[in-house]
Design a protein. Structure first.
Length: 374
């Protein structure tokens, strides 16, 4: 079967990006699917922890309005928790999903929803795919098994290491790799009146999955380079983390709406990549979404230790360092040698535009849909 498909995507949230890096890629992917001619509807809870926390932020309402303004083409259907709990009993859900070809369930959803969709799949005949952009299949596989992924029609994983976990560890035959990518309708080089930040990092502190790495590859260099302005944006920074930032003379900017990312990169001279431990060890080779976004904005990037095992990038797209001293040296080079910084940024941007846009991924996903519908 080829052509255009009716696709229903069940997300935790695309409206809110608060501690939800998945929203970055999904917004661009779903837009690109629509541009490919598919009929796409996004279903997400009306009230869930990401959007509830976003509304507590000073910039929360502005962020939600900015999403609506930037993505008027996305058809988002918010449903309330009561209806989710009674999902399989509601005739309206059978009506909403009737004539749907593909339903995609994102990993950040509860087991109850997965079971309801499996039942509806058996009633209505659509294909049900699981989309995983996290590390629970490796770190806590028992949680993933509760979702019934072995009964679905296939798994889409955001890295080859994760795909192999599903193929071998979960014994699921139909698995595909679909990397994240940059939404180049939003993330592109912008001109700023002046560079007000020397080194910027956009990332959440989270659950101590990379706190040691943040200290080693960001805060210590910041302390050793007091003549430069380091700034961090993100959420879930506990008091001890804020104290560490202050001690290292690193400025904290708090929550940054993802749509403000391009302007922030434009105001900055260099950025860094600090992967979580899972993506250096058990699931090596999977970059954070920020790598794609930063390179798409034309800013030079320096990465903490990370192995590009899938050869997503070319040598020279960004620099990889293995110690605090190497990070300091790399940052100093890029901050003092404008030609080297410009050449590296241009090379990284070239690679993203050639290989890693959301349009590339939408075309890949179209091929996956064609395969499962044969």
């Amino acid at each position: 079967m080829t052509g255009k498909f009716r696709i229903a995507y069940f997300a935790h949230a695309v409206r809110s990006d608060w501690n939800n890096g998945n929203a970055h890629f999904l917004r661009g992917l779903l837009r690109a699917l629509g541009e490919c001619g598919h009929d796409v509807t996004v279903f997400e809870p009306a009230e869930e922890w990401s959007i509830c926390n976003l509304r507590e932020e000073t910039l929360g309402d502005r962020s939600l309005r900015a999403f609506s303004d930037a993505y008027p083409d996305l058809h988002v259907y918010p449903y309330d928790r009561e209806n989710q709990d009674a999902f399989s009993k509601l005739e309206r859900w059978q009506h909403l999903l009737r004539d749907t070809d593909i339903v995609i369930l994102h990993e950040w959803n509860p087991p109850q929803l997965a079971q309801h969709l499996l039942a509806l799949r058996d009633q209505l005949g659509f294909r049900l795919l699981f989309h995983d952009t996290h590390h629970r299949a490796s770190s806590t596989p028992e949680q993933i098994r509760l979702l019934g992924v072995d009964r679905m029609d296939g798994v889409i994983a955001f890295g080859e290491a994760l795909r192999k976990i599903y193929r071998i560890g979960f014994n699921i035959p139909h698995t595909w790799t679909l990397h994240e990518a940059a939404d180049t309708t939003v993330f592109r080089p912008l001109k700023a009146p002046a560079k007000s930040i020397d080194v910027v990092w956009i990332g959440n502190w989270g659950d101590d999955e990379r706190s040691a790495e943040i200290c080693k590859y960001l805060l210590r260099p910041s302390a050793e380079m007091p003549e430069y302005h380091f700034k961090v944006f993100g959420v879930r920074y506990p008091q001890q983390a804020l104290a560490a930032l202050e001690y290292a003379r690193t400025h904290y900017g708090g929550y940054l709406p993802n749509l403000d990312g391009p302007a922030t990169f434009a105001q900055s001279r260099v950025t860094v990549h600090i992967p979580r431990q899972q993506y250096v060890r058990a699931m090596a080779g999977i970059p954070t979404i920020r790598v794609f976004e930063a390179l798409a904005c034309g800013i030079p990037l320096v990465s903490a230790p990370w192995i590009d095992s899938e050869q997503l990038f070319r040598p020279g797209d960004f620099r990889v360092v293995h110690s605090t001293s190497e990070m300091v040296a790399a940052l100093r080079t890029l901050l003092t040698d404008s030609k080297a910084a410009e050449q590296q940024a241009a090379r990284g941007l070239e690679t993203v535009l050639a290989r890693h846009t959301c349009r590339h991924r939408a075309e890949q996903l179209t091929g996956i849909c064609e395969e499962v519908l044969r």
